[in-house]
Design a protein around this ligand. Structure first.
Ligand code: URA
Length: 235
């Protein structure tokens, strides 16, 4: 790929803006030699103002989504994309969240520009486990785990029952739920179906992938080996 397109796709500006960067001599190799718009140069060798380029496409980010931000591109409030460098909003291919967490759910969120990977993770066939910790408004009755595991629970306005999900009681009003489906507001609706109410919800893992010390609002790039952990069932 020619440098002009590579740099524009990374969000550094329109083709015109990027041509201007070349015109001003700001695009060089690591040794400071000028590069030109039509050059085909490996991503790792390119510098703009002496700085390495933003990561190439195939990017996967692990984010600790804080409360109050939305997994959407055009919601009125704060978006998860606002936590990333502003230039990344203009990347091509675009970054997308791998599924969604509600505005008032916190925890582990993946963001990627790799559409094939995204579909592999969210595909119902993949049966990827999502692990949530919920704080509830009322004490658990004791029969929820059996019902959630039964594969018969029908959510309001749905036509097929939920696949079995595992519930582990952590305290009278706290539980860990592992599901493999990811239907709309699924965890909140499951507890509503048993007469309870989720007061706080946090996703703590996808498969074997955890936040590993990331604080709310923090994110980092992860490599393919780390991403692959999402396909390993949680222990
Ligand atoms: N289930 C929910 O109800 N909300 C989420 O954000 C994720 C799962």
């Amino acid at each position: 790929m020619k440098l002009l397109r590579m740099i524009a796709n990374l969000g550094y500006g329109s083709r015109r803006d990027v041509l201007q960067l070349f015109g001003e001599g700001r695009v060089t190799d690591a040794a400071g030699e000028l590069l030109y718009a039509d050059d085909k140069v490996e991503h790792a060798r390119v510098r703009i103002d002496g700085e390495p380029l933003d990561p190439p496409s195939g990017l996967v980010l692990l984010m600790h989504k804080p409360l109050g931000v939305t997994c959407s591109r055009k919601d009125a409030g704060r978006l998860v994309y606002d936590l990333l460098p502003p230039r990344w909003r203009r990347r091509e291919p675009a970054l997308s969240t791998v599924g969604r967490l509600d505005r008032d759910t916190s925890g582990l969120l993946l963001i990627t520009d790799d559409g094939a990977l995204l579909h592999r993770i969210i595909s119902p066939k993949a049966c990827v486990s999502k692990v949530y910790e919920a704080t509830l408004a009322r004490d658990l009755a004791g029969d929820e785990a059996a019902l959630f595991a039964s594969g018969t629970l029908m959510l309001e306005s749905e036509t097929t029952p939920l696949a079995p999900a595992q519930l582990k009681v952590l305290a009278p009003r706290r539980a860990r739920l592992t599901d493999t489906e990811g239907r709309y507001h699924q965890v909140r609706r499951m507890f509503a179906a048993v007469g309870n109410h989720v007061e706080a919800l946090d996703r703590v893992a996808i498969g074997q992938l955890t936040l590993d010390g990331l604080a709310p609002g923090e994110w980092r790039e992860i490599d393919a080996g780390t991403v692959a952990k999402v396909f390993d069932p949680p222990t």
